[in-house]
Design a protein. Structure first.
Length: 507
């Protein structure tokens, strides 16, 4: 069982925070703030896998520009204590490919935040610590003001007047103003939302793992909620975290070290088992190279004989980045099995093989993108219908009533009646000419599309693996030739030095 690590926080102006600064940090890009006139530059950049901005339907298209979006957020807030944005940082499975991480996070962000009206600026990072351990994780920066139908920033709160039995506002006891309370215009600040988002992320990860055949269950509940006698670590924060990275010990760091030491006693057996598995895999990769049958197998044998394994490209190839277990692609035995299975006898045949498989991949991707586009449209129709249907029912019921009964009903359902024109307009905008409301048919079509897309996963995985193998072997050929050329130049320089030395002695 893996415990999901998440942290929600608020970007507060009162704490000296800047939304532009946070956006610069997660996107690893240089951004200029119009509010404070500063240029924010990220300290790190090598761990960025992907960054993206996801917008609700009523957001202006210009907000796809990160600098425009967050400067607009900053300038919309006038108060010195303004809350500018909400941040989420969460862990992801290290076994995931980058492509899988991006697609899964995009789906999670769209369902939980964008569909609720938030603009989301998100990124996937893959950092590595001093011990070489990966830390695949996400950062999500979310807007806190709702957008109006015309794309402008709306209010976070609104006044709700107290009404008498006749529906009239009640004056204050001093005769000045009316009795009222304030309420949030959205439910985004509800404490239950954090738990809901956290649970959905764990469920999303587990569903993705099951589909990809990755073992292990991710749990969103705390140790206390699960009844586990294990203590969670405390959050370091930017100050203590920065000092710890520089090698300086802090009080919070000491607390975490003590907690981790205690927890490690409970996890020792599991860790020992995992280390044993890794050692066995390394021993398998270090076995002697196969006999040479053709030039490709000959190259594999020479590289394996020299290094004990194949070398992975420094910059991942187009298809290599889709493979989660990249260490398997360093196995000489598996490389030989791949070459034999494909009847590849030369590097010319390998290049032809790559070209054919790439064409097959492109055809598969075009079909998949078409299915995803159809699925996204059906999802949009169902979402719009879910908003339209309750307003429509109330509107129809109101039309059947008259007099005081209608006035009372309309007062009780004021929100639905006010929202009906906009909901109707959104629904109509999504329907094609002559298309009728058919939510049951849309759901059935979405299920069919999902089944078809799920059926494509094995073929896509097989193609990606085949193309990744071709990329690795091609890279090893060019890398081996480059190293051979370097060695030849070194031998020539040594020979020239020896010859020159001999001439000097003769003189």
């Amino acid at each position: 069982m893996k415990h999901l690590s998440t942290r929600f926080s608020i970007v507060k102006r009162s704490m000296g925070h800047s939304a532009v600064d946070k956006a610069s940090y997660i996107s690893r890009s240089v951004l200029h703030s119009e509010y404070d006139g500063m240029d924010y530059r990220p300290k790190y950049h090598e761990d960025l896998v992907h960054s993206e901005i996801s917008l609700p339907q009523n957001a202006p298209e210009k907000y796809r520009d990160r600098e425009t979006l967050w400067n607009s957020v900053e300038l919309a807030e006038k108060g010195k204590k303004a809350q500018l944005a909400r941040m989420l940082k969460a862990s992801l499975p290290n076994e995931w490919t980058y492509e899988m991480a991006v697609e899964t996070v995009r789906d999670y962000v769209d369902r939980n935040f964008v569909s609720q009206g938030m603009c989301a600026d998100w990124a996937v990072h893959d950092s590595v610590n001093a011990e070489g351990q990966r830390n695949l994780h996400i950062h999500v920066l979310l807007t806190m003001r709702p957008l109006t139908p015309d794309g402008k920033w709306g209010a976070k709160q609104r006044k709700v007047y107290t009404l008498d039995e006749n529906g009239n506002k009640i004056r204050n006891w001093n005769g000045k103003g009316y009795q009222c309370t304030t309420e949030f215009t959205t439910d985004w600040n509800d404490r239950k939302k954090g738990k809901q988002w956290r649970k959905d992320l764990a469920d999303t990860i587990n569903a993705a793992n099951e589909q990809a055949g990755i073992g292990g269950h991710w749990e969103h509940r705390s140790f206390k909620e699960l009844g586990i006698d294990r203590e969670p670590t405390v959050h370091l924060g930017p100050g203590a975290g920065g000092l710890e990275r520089k090698g300086m010990r802090t009080d919070r760091g000491n607390i975490n070290r003590e907690i981790m030491e205690q927890n490690s006693l409970l996890e020792n057996a599991e860790n020992t088992y995992e280390e044993a598995v890794k050692k066995v895999e390394k021993l398998k990769a270090a076995v002697s190279a196969p006999e040479n049958h053709n030039e490709v197998l000959g190259l594999i044998g020479r590289v394996a004989g020299e290094k004990g394994r194949l070398v992975l490209p420094v910059v991942s190839g187009k298809h290599l980045r889709r493979i989660s277990n990249r260490e398997a692609l360093q196995s000489p035995e598996k490389a030989v099995a791949f070459i034999k299975a494909g009847n590849i006898g030369s590097f010319e045949m390998l290049a032809q093989y790559m070209e054919e498989k790439e064409q097959e991949w492109q055809g598969t991707e075009e079909k998949r993108e078409s299915l995803m586009k159809k699925n996204k449209r059906l999802g949009g129709l169902l979402k719009a219908f879910a908003e339209f249907e309750p307003c429509w029912k109330v509107y129809c019921e109101s039309g059947k009533l008259k007099g005081f009964a209608k006035m009372k009903y309309d007062r009780q359902h004021k929100q639905e009646i006010e929202q009906f024109p906009l909901a109707k307009e959104r629904m109509a905008a999504l329907l094609k000419k002559g298309e009728k409301l058919a939510p049951d048919m849309w759901r059935s079509q979405m299920q069919s599309l999902k089944a078809e897309m799920d059926g494509m996963h094995p073929q896509r995985a097989k193609l990606a693996a085949e193309l990744a193998w071709a990329e690795v072997i091609s890279y090893n050929k060019s890398n081996f030739e480059r190293e051979e050329a370097n060695r030849a130049r070194q031998r020539q320089r040594q020979a020239n030095r020896t010859k020159k030395s001999g001439q000097e002695i003769s003189i």
